[in-house]
Write a protein that binds this ligand. Sequence first.
Ligand SMILES: Nc1ncnc2c1ncn2[C@@H]1O[C@H](COP(=O)(O)OP(=O)(O)OP(=O)(O)O)[C@@H](O)[C@H]1O
Ligand SMILES: [Mg+2]
Length: 181
Amino acid sequence: MMDEISSHIMDIAANAITAKAKHIEISIMVDTKKSLTTLFFKDDGIGMNDEMVKKVQDPFFSTKTGKKVGLGIPLLKGTAETTGGTFSLTSELGKGVEIQASFRLNHPDLPPIGKLKDTILVLVVGNPEIDFAFRYAVDKSEFIFDTTIIKGLLDGVPVNHPEVVNFIMNYLDEHLQNQID
Ligand SMILES: Nc1ncnc2c1ncn2[C@@H]1O[C@H](COP(=O)(O)OP(=O)(O)OP(=O)(O)O)[C@@H](O)[C@H]1O
Ligand SMILES: [Mg+2]
């Protein structure tokens, strides 16, 4: 079972990578007043048709194509709904996918956020050809990490160059970790 929000993020991002996305947006928004955390994903991969959109949200929904579907999406949906939150997935074939999932912060079954910093690092340096825009916001205070900006500053040096990996690691340590703690 996936018992950390970060694992869900990794899975949804992995789906987008498999779907040939070139730009992946991941936002985590914590609203302390509403006691709600909302995850938002957007990718520009191959997308899904309406039948797939239905099918991937229910692993037991069968279609004539017989294509096996996995559990990443149903697990995220299940976790969100278990905490009293919501889930939505919309897509257009050829355009990409948007997923929104919310979790109630005060629910006893809310999983911990987990290793968000490592998740971001692995995604970014493991997929240097993909652009990631991360946003982590707690109420009005937000942390933004956009690889298009970083890549612009790097002037051709790849994001998986050891010194760059080290820089990103320290940057996330300093700016994201204290946002979470
Ligand atoms: N972002 C996306 N773009 C296009 N298709 C997607 C996307 N995310 C999921 N899919 C499709 O939905 C299917 C189900 O996704 P899901 O994450 O639930 O399972 P999986 O990735 O197949 O397997 P698992 O996550 O269990 O390893 C995928 O196999 C893929 O065909
Ligand atoms: Mg998956």
